[in-house]
Design a protein around this ligand. Structure first.
Ligand code: ADP
Length: 493
């Protein structure tokens, strides 16, 4: 039931508006006290008015009760004085007085209806037992009061069992007085209070609307400012500092905007770089082909020589495309790692074996140092890519008679691969940029040796997918050392 109500409320669009909620809260906070105060005042007035009337009547009844004893009214009801007093009381308070003697016989009824009859009433009996009542009957609009008629034992009447001063209840006065006057005043007051309530209702309604609008205005400002950015009217960072909350929203939006701009810029830069990189080999092919077409009677040897160059350029284009595809795949493959237990020493040996012919070509010595057996949970294909890229670079950017040392090590939690070369090194100001796509320290040198500038970008992505870290240290002219560190057990995030 509660869930149903919740769902229902959720589906009402207007209820989801903060402005409406604020309005309702402010309105209720304003109007509830008005109702409470009204009910409180009316109730208080009624209680006080009834109390005053009750005690007035009780005072008079007490006086009359004393007179009743003095005039021996319970035996003889002919006393004109008492009758006049009773008449006056009932006229004054619009009430009825019954005087009941010790035998529960009604000696006097100011309405004259049940005189001489016996009355069996709980209230009367209670009063005889010493518990007089004074009840307010709100629905019928009267107060019912019982008053004991008390005779105090005088010295002449005193006996041993009844010493002087004993109070004897000789009879009871059962009185009912109307509260019509109080009800009438209450009606007038209620009507006035209702008019006040209606006025207050209208005032609080308008005030609540105004206040809710005022409180919500900064949020409207935020959406307006965001819309302006969205529609392209402004590129500036927006600011709505009215509330801490709006400031937080706007700050979050500004940093998102900044990030998106950086992303957009890097995407544009990437597209520009890709186009440029892909265009270079094609331009070369076109130049080579054009020069062949332009010449007449070209010797076969020249054809062959140009065709070899063309084939090389195509190969280069192919390499760039393959690297780009690898990079894109890596970006998407965060969840598609194929994790198996891999013997890292074995993997390194296979890769070194594959790269040895290239190293030999440039007279570079390849060395594998392995201190212990390492079996790690990794994606074998991606780990091969990391190793090959680092070792290939160490060979490519080496010097004649240079050396590349691959060292594998592990503790109980991590394993490390160190690829150290004695090559040309990387200048310090380039160290931070070598992982950028298409970044090359020396563009022409890299191109010469078949680099695309994507190798380290791919490597870094693959390392991060394995939750690893990559560090580089280098001294120009002395050599470079890459250190990659991975957890032995793969923890999926
Ligand atoms: P490339 O395909 O050009 O080798 P990489 O992304 O693999 O691209 O490397 C980026 C640049 O970092 C290279 O162009 C090169 O200038 C520099 N570099 C990478 N590895 C080494 C190394 N072992 N020694 C010296 N320079 C290196």
């Amino acid at each position: 039931m509660a869930d149903k109500l919740k769902n229902f409320m959720k589906n009402i669009r207007i209820w989801r508006s903060l402005k409406v909620r604020l309005f309702i809260i402010i309105f209720l906070v304003g109007i509830i006290p008005v109702f409470i105060i009204r009910a409180g005042i009316l109730d208080n007035y009624e209680n006080r008015a009834v109390d005053v009337r009750r005690s007035d009547v009780q005072k008079q009844l007490k006086i009359i009760a004393n007179h009743l004893i003095t005039y021996n009214y319970l035996q003889d009801t002919s006393s004109a004085v008492i009758n006049a007093e009773l008449e006056q009381l009932s006229n004054l308070y619009n009430g009825r007085v019954l005087i009941v003697n010790g035998n529960l016989k009604v000696m006097k009824d100011t309405y004259g209806i049940i005189e001489g009859k016996t009355i069996i009433s709980e209230e009367v009996i209670k009063c005889f037992k010493g518990s007089p009542i004074a009840n307010y009957d709100k629905t019928n609009g009267f107060i019912e009061i019982t008053t004991p008629i008390i005779e105090t034992v005088s010295s002449q009447m005193a006996t041993e069992t009844m010493p002087e001063g004993t109070e004897l209840i000789r009879g009871v006065m059962l009185t009912s007085v109307s509260t019509d006057v109080i009800t009438a005043t209450m009606d007038i007051l209620s009507r006035k209070a209702l008019i006040m309530e209606i006025i207050m209702f209208a005032v609080i309604f308008i005030l609540s609307m105004g206040l809710a609008n005022f409180l919500i205005a900064p949020f409207d400002k935020v959406s307006k400012a965001i819309s302006e950015v969205k529609e392209g009217h402004t590129d500036e960072a927006i600011s709505v500092s009215d509330y801490i909350e709006t400031e937080n929203i706007v700050d979050a939006f500004n940093s998102l905007l900044k990030r998106m701009r950086v992303l957009d810029n890097s995407r544009q830069e990437f597209v520009a770089n890709v186009s440029h990189e892909l265009k270079t080999p094609i331009t070369s092919v076109k130049v080579l082909a054009d020069s062949l077409i332009a010449q007449k009677d070209v010797p076969v040897e020249l054809y062959q020589e140009f065709m070899v160059d063309i084939a090389q350029e195509i190969e280069r284009e192919d390499k760039i495309i393959n690297d780009l595809l690898a990079l894109v795949k890596m970006d998407k493959a965060a969840t598609s790692l194929n994790i198996t237990a891999v013997d890292m020493n074995q993997l390194a040996e296979i890769i070194l074996k594959r790269l040895r012919p290239i190293a030999r070509k440039s007279n570079v010595e390849l060395l594998l140092v392995s201190t212990r057996e390492i079996v790690a949970e990794v994606d074998e294909v991606k780990m091969s890519l990391i190793l090959s890229n680092l070792i290939e670079n160490a060979i490519k950017y080496n010097t004649e008679q240079g050396k590349v040392t691959v060292t594998l090590d592990a503790d109980h939690q991590y394993f490390t691969i160190e690829v150290a070369d004695t090559g040309i090194g990387i200048p310090e100001d380039s160290l931070a940029r070598i992982y950028e796509r298409f970044y090359r320290v020396d563009k022409s040198h890299s191109r010469e040796i078949g680099g695309t500038g994507l190798g380290l970008a791919i490597t870094k992505n693959a390392v991060q997918l394995h939750k690893g870290t990559i560090k580089v240290e280098s001294t120009v002219g002395e050599g470079t050392t890459f250190l990659v560190k991975f957890p032995l057990t793969y923890i999926a995030s």
